[in-house]
Design a protein around this ligand. Structure first.
Ligand code: SF4
Ligand code: FES
Length: 257
């Protein structure tokens, strides 16, 4: 049986961009003696330690939980948002996915709506604006016992939970050739529209979230399904079909458009 190497050396071609208006470029950095048990983010930490010791500017990147739940991390690794492992965020991607001597290209999420702030950090506040437009319920739903008193068919509860798995990372936008935010928005609209507590505001929510999405610099869904493929939480594009239904239904029922 082939023994797994404990450490590897890799060459990073990493995007460096000092600021939003600065010209970006790829810098080649050799990362030596990287434990294969490190996450990709921990590998970047190690590289940054060396850059700092050498008096150089460390690579800027976003992260927080490092457990695949907050949606803060993200970069395009070898052309794939969050890297080569399916259903895995960058912070949960381990260096055992790479081989000794590999060259790894690391870039920020690229989309008109996600402006580069520095290096691998992008501004995803366009997502926040979409959520602020209606990604919540404002009715008083009471406490947990009140929620449990409403019987919800298991298949509906499961669909709502699947949609609610979205962590707002933005990989779907980065992967889409049109930089569409439809998978993200459809997840948020689905999780609320499927449950009784979300239904009273469903029409207003669909109209206002889509309106803000349309003005946020995102493109239209082009049915490539790259979003679904890149999503670390495996959201299905079935949610996009539900978003379209909710939007058209809202258009018929509402006098807000
Ligand atoms: S739909 Fe998936 S890829 Fe898009 S923001 Fe949510 S978790 Fe990230
Ligand atoms: S750092 Fe939270 S999902 Fe990666």
């Amino acid at each position: 049986m082939k023994k797994l190497a404990k450490t590897i050396n890799v060459t990073l071609k990493v995007w460096r961009q000092p600021g939003p208006e600065a010209k970006g470029y790829f810098e080649t950095i050799v990362a030596k003696n990287i434990s294969v048990h490190m996450s990709f983010i921990e590998m970047l930490d190690t590289v940054n330690e060396q850059l700092t010791l050498d008096g150089k500017d460390p690579i800027a990147f976003d992260n927080d939980c490092r457990e695949g739940i907050c949606g803060t991390c993200g970069a395009v690794v070898d052309g794939r948002a969050h890297g080569p492992q399916k259903a895995t965020t960058l912070c949960q991607l381990h260096m055992r996915q790479f081989s000794d001597g590999d060259t790894i290209v690391v870039e920020p999420f690229r989309a008109r709506a996600f402006k580069v702030v520095k290096d691998l950090v992008v501004d995803r506040s366009a997502f926040d604006k979409i959520i602020q437009a209606g990604g919540y319920i404002s009715v008083n739903t009471g406490g947990a016992p009140d929620g449990n008193a409403i019987p919800i068919p298991q298949d509906i509860a499961d669909k709502a939970m699947d949609a609610a798995a979205c962590i707002g990372c933005g990989a779907c936008v980065a992967a889409c050739p049109s930089a569409s935010a439809m998978l993200f928005v459809s997840g948020k609209i689905s999780q609320l529209a499927l449950l009784p507590q979300g239904k009273p505001e469903a029409a207003r929510r669909a109209l206002s979230m889509v309106k803000v999405m349309d003005t946020g610099g995102f493109g239209n869904c082009s049915n490539h399904r790259e979003c679904e493929n890149a999503c670390p939480k495996e959201l299905s594009i079935v949610n996009i079909a539900r978003l379209n239904r909710e939007f058209f239904k809202a258009g018929f029922l509402s006098n807000e458009i």
